[in-house]
Design a protein around this ligand. Structure first.
Ligand code: MLT
Length: 314
């Protein structure tokens, strides 16, 4: 008698190592990406596991149709595209890969800090347009400047270690950061108001929750140091975009770099075209290394659960 192998659907573009690991660990796997929600509803009933990145949104309609589903695995950190309470109510375990892309995302934050300090994207565009605008761009050094981290967990503490290497002073607002951990990382734990008043650069590294939504509100932005530069490659919704636009226009905020937006894909965001505003299309996790890491990790964890009942990062 042959026992049926667990069946896994990979519904978002993912490094091919994920499919290989599922097969090696005894699962049947289909890679079918770019389907509409209706197509996924029609298909999902056949599967025990669903592996996603950020394009698939797992709604109650999909979960109602997923009569055999045991586990959803997110190859990445944020699970905001999964209705977790509804999945849990149906007994479906939701897993993420909290470490695989942390270094990569931290490096993107550092890249954006440097890009803001020297206006690299704007200088690139105008140089390639034949302008040679040497006197149009006067940058700032980061050495000796204060970097304020909002969130000093996995990613924030890697940003801190890199920024310390760049000779910045690092302060952090994070209610979960212990004094001992702050000392270990080499950063000063401060209140949010203290951070807003002191930071020359602010970078956000928190999930989007009821506590963090709009943490850089209009009121908070008004408390920042004049000339502050702001980076967000965590989640859209942490910053009031309309207030940021006003602060860039008034010059109170000297520059902002966003990788994430309240509405994604961001196709006509109000910040587009604001002075000293630069952005990337949610590329924080997009390196070869990180995508291999998260694909391997999600497939290992899901296969372990489907084949042996093991639970990691759920
Ligand atoms: C994450 O939460 O890990 C990132 O947003 C991932 C991604 O863009 O795939």
């Amino acid at each position: 008698k042959t026992t049926q192998k667990p069946r896994v659907l990979i519904s978002d573009k993912m490094d091919p190592n994920a499919a290989r690991i599922f097969e090696e660990r005894g699962c049947d796997v289909d890679v079918i990406t770019g389907e509409s929600p209706e197509e996924l509803v029609a298909r999902i009933g056949d599967y025990h596991g669903l592996a996603i990145r950020s394009s698939t949104t797992v709604t109650p309609e999909i979960l109602d149709a997923a009569t055999n589903l045991k586990v959803i695995g997110r190859a990445g950190i944020g699970v905001d595209n999964v209705d977790i309470p509804y999945a849990s109510g149906k007994g479906v375990v939701v897993m993420n890969t909290p470490f695989g892309n942390s270094i990569t995302t931290a490096e993107h934050a550092i890249a954006l800090i440097m890009a803001l300090a020297r206006q690299i994207p704007q200088a690139n565009t105008r140089t390639q347009a034949g302008e040679w605008p040497k006197s149009a761009f006067m940058g700032v050094e980061v050495t000796g400047k204060t970097l304020g981290l909002i969130g000093a967990g996995n990613i924030g503490s890697i940003v801190a270690s890199r920024a310390l290497g760049l000779k910045m002073k690092v302060i952090a607002f994070d209610p979960f950061l212990t004094k001992d951990r702050a000392v270990e990382v080499g950063i000063e734990k401060v209140t949010l108001d203290d951070l807003l008043a002191r930071a020359d650069f602010i970078t956000l590294h928190t999930p989007l929750t009821d506590e963090t939504r709009n943490i850089l509100s209009r009121e908070a932005l008004a408390k920042t140091k004049p000339g502050v530069r702001i980076v967000n490659c965590a989640r859209g919704g942490l910053i009031d975009e309309a207030a940021l636009k006003d602060a860039l226009e008034s010059g109170h905020v000297a520059g902002a770099a966003l990788d994430v937006f309240a509405q994604e894909p961001a196709k006509d965001n109000p910040l587009f075209g604001a002075p000293n505003f630069i952005c990337t299309p949610h590329l924080g996790a997009s390196t070869n290394e990180a995508q291999v890491n998260v694909a391997l990790q999600v497939a290992e964890q899901m296969a372990d659960y489907l084949v042996n009942g093991g639970v990691t990062n759920a």
